[in-house]
Design a protein around this ligand. Sequence first.
Ligand code: 5AD
Length: 433
Amino acid sequence: MCYAIPGKVESIENNVVTVSYFGEIKKARNELEELLPGDYIYAQGGFVIEKIDARRAQEVLSLWKEMFFSLQEVDVRLSHLDIAEIPRNSQLSVIVDKALEERDLANEELGYLLNLSEESHLELLFKTANFLRQKYHKNSCCVHGIIEISNYCHRNCSYCGISNHVSALYRYRMTKEEIVTTAVEAVQEHGFKALVLQSGEDRGRDVDELAAVIKEIKNKVPVLLFISFGEIGESGLKKLYAAGARGLLLRFETSNPLLYARLHPAYSLDARLAELRMAQALGYLLITGSLIGLPGQTKDDIVGDLRLAAKLSADMFSFGPFLPSPHTPLRDGSVPSLQELLKVLSLARILDPQHGNVVVTTALETMDKEARREGLLAGANSVMVNVTPLRYRKFYELYPSRAHVNEELEWQIQETVHLLKSIGRAPIDMGTQ
Ligand code: 5AD
């Protein structure tokens, strides 16, 4: 199974290579030595991660070629937007026209879209986002694997099921060997090209140990590694970048500083944003976003969240529902609706049609079995697969009944590929530039 297709290097200028995928041209950052025009490579997230043998590349490409074009046809059909379908002379049509022309929407217009509830209006919003997704991202879909390496956390986030509020939870910490073996298997046996290593803010493991894990994985397999260990500070970010990490998954959780302070006593949104900006300055790809439906959050806050994520020019937007977790201060909160979340995903796409990927989060999938499909048809182009060993997965209980918590990896992959094919998406990443 393969989650990327090989591209052919057309030209190289400094560290930027131009790559062709069945004639479609993309650019990627290169850190490999000895790369020449005519070579075949795998790229992920805009980075060249591996040079591959030309014969092997051609074998994979010939397997893909026919399917690639037939999938594209399905995607083009499903993302077709008939202008005649758009009701004229309504506030909605004016905003949709503006979105399609890729003009910046005012906050009031974003708020208006967030308040839509009529079925036909929602359908138009989702179709608009899906159209823009197709226009720039074609049928490519990122499939990233996530390994939850420890559920220890010293922080007090009032919504989180692995926070220090939850004393009854069994805490685990995968050993260095377990993490490396899991990552290497994910790449070698299951074809993952991008992995996220995630944990709570675990004081029991220092950043040098994490750096050693990352180095060892990078020495063993070609993979784009994202880190997601909370706030680790500038020196931590530098060390892990030097070790080979190239992406950071860190949500700002909410763009409202007062709400942030209320949900994270003694912590600040400023510090969170400083961490994101530091990482970006160091060269990390950013996955960020917020929780939707938090108690006390307003529609204006959500507009602010979307704006902030766009302003950070996130490489991937991660917006997920707040799901109340027992034993936390917010255990009695209520769950937002699936539609609310789909609106947020579609607005993320509309605000950044071209650059950012939009992920369907596991929390969204937990809300509704159809959420993954519906999200992908409302502007999203990315999904996560849980690669954490099954014996640990149930203890990474951010909220109850997490999707995929008991599913074997093979099953998740099969289901993912099946879904993607059914809507004409190819599980590849052709770069973000
Ligand atoms: N509901 C939904 N998402 C949650 N997270 C933590 N707790 C919850 C919850 N109760 C999310 C946070 C965090 C990510 C790892 O998990 O947004 O950034």
